[in-house]
Design a protein around this ligand. Structure first.
Ligand code: VAL
Length: 184
């Protein structure tokens, strides 16, 4: 099984771009988006707002062309990761209770090698994510049971084997207009 490469919109709900732009977030593990608690940026990287003339997406400057492709240009608005700290966003899936979460956090391990420079955080499923999110007092959300299936009562993915859930989750993101790009 090859991991899918998925770019997702996280619409901003606080900060200077609230209601006007979304973070572009990259992940190869869509099933962990159910457990998203934060989005990490590098404090010293410059992030730009890019537009296709219609919508506005926030990505790391060095990854603009690679992540967005043709037809996207920088608007001139720029922020360092540090300036984006604590901007809140609407989480990709609203399947389980979660409070005081879903905001931008700073992490030194974020690179501009691939993806968008904005890293989806699921502390239950990544050591770096755990360390980063702990520093912000974020909870560890893990709806996957020891047998590898999602808790039965969850909408959409309940009872499904975690890796099997990628498909239904990506389809749901697409249906809600949150999927930017899906490479397999
Ligand atoms: N941060 C990782 C990712 O974006 C995992 C561990 C959630 O895929």
């Amino acid at each position: 099984v090859v991991d899918p490469s998925v770019y997702v919109r996280f619409p901003l709900t606080s900060g200077p771009l609230a209601g006007q732009a979304a973070l572009l977030v990259w992940t190869t593990t869509p099933w962990t988006l159910v457990s998203n608690t934060a989005a990490a940026v590098h404090p010293d990287v410059t992030y730009v707002v890019a537009t296709d003339g219609d919508e506005r997406l926030v990505v790391a400057e060095p990854l603009l062309a690679k992540a967005l492709g043709e037809g996207w240009v920088a608007t001139g608005e720029r922020f360092t990761g540090r300036e984006m700290e604590r901007w809140s966003y609407r989480r990709p899936f609203d399947l389980l209770p979660l409070e005081d979460a879903n905001f931008v956090v700073l992490a030194e391990y974020v690179t501009t090698e691939d993806g968008s420079g904005v890293v989806h955080q699921a502390p239950a499923f990544g050591a770096d994510d755990l360390e980063t999110c702990r520093a912000y007092g974020l909870p560890v959300v893990n709806p996957v049971r020891p047998d590898g299936t999602f808790e039965a009562e969850l909408p959409l993915v309940g009872g499904q084997f975690f890796k099997k859930a990628d498909e239904v989750l990506v389809a749901d993101l697409r249906a809600r207009g949150l999927l930017f790009r899906h490479l397999e």
